[in-house]
Design a protein around this ligand. Structure first.
Ligand code: SAM
Length: 214
């Protein structure tokens, strides 16, 4: 049985529930951002504090992680974050209106290091192509990983992904990203001396890429 999450920051949502009205949930029409796999919330509590004018949805299917994330947010008193326990793809499909996200963040997603498990990785060209339907023009897409092979793979396919502009050019990835908070997993790997692979793209301006290629 799941431990109940009673935090006011937690937004209970099941796959069969209707999509929330985000302006009602947040009480304003500020731009929306999504963190997929927020873990225990180290990153989102810093990011939401840095960007008070953005409404952040922090998503994870790990219940205890959602509870810890909510506790962190409630302790600081941030009103621009809601935490949901859901699977990313079902949630996006059901709850995110097309062209509505101003930012998407994916930090240290499960790396599935065994070759035969690679297809289980969340982030690949197909997923980013799907996600692009939910991004506003000029929306930020951030990806970070401690896993070399995953970082290089995302850097490589993003460089040819239609509809995105590299924000780190001429590099396709970097090991340092200014003004980007460190998550629990990033911290753990940095302390072990392992670099983080950061990728940062922006969705092309509306009209600059044909709808077919998106
Ligand atoms: C390795 S942890 C990283 C947590 C955090 N982003 C960090 O950097 O510290 C990956 C997290 O993503 C969550 N996750 C993985 N796949 C997911 C999916 N499809 N939908 C929602 N959450 C997912 C896991 O439950 C886990 O908490």
């Amino acid at each position: 049985m799941l431990i109940p999450n009673t935090s006011p920051t937690f937004l209970p949502w099941e796959d069969t529930d209707p999509a929330p009205s985000w302006s009602e949930v947040f009480g304003n029409d500020n731009p929306l951002a999504l963190e997929i796999g927020c873990g225990v919330g180290d990153f989102i509590v810093q990011m939401a504090d840095l960007h008070p004018g953005i409404n952040f949805i922090a998503l994870d299917f790990y219940n205890k992680g959602c509870i810890k994330t909510c506790k962190r947010i409630d302790k600081v008193g941030l009103s621009n974050v809601r935490v949901l326990r859901a699977e990313a793809r079902s949630f996006i499909e059901a709850c995110i209106p097309p062209a509505s996200l101003q930012m998407t963040v994916i930090n240290c997603p499960d790396p599935w290091p065994k070759l035969r498990h690679r297809k289980r990785r969340l982030v690949n060209a197909g997923f980013v192509s799907y996600l692009s339907r939910f991004l506003q023009s000029e929306a930020d897409f951030y990806f970070a990983t401690d896993f070399v092979d995953y970082g290089l793979d995302v850097a490589e396919f993003m460089a040819v992904q239609p509809g995105f502009v590299n924000q780190l050019a001429p590099d396709t990835f970097r090991h340092i990203l200014e003004d980007y908070p460190v998550s629990k997993y990033m911290k753990r790997f940095l302390e072990m001396g392992q670099p983080i692979y950061y990728v940062h793209y922006r969705a092309a301006q509306a009209g600059s890429v044909s709808e077919e290629s998106r």
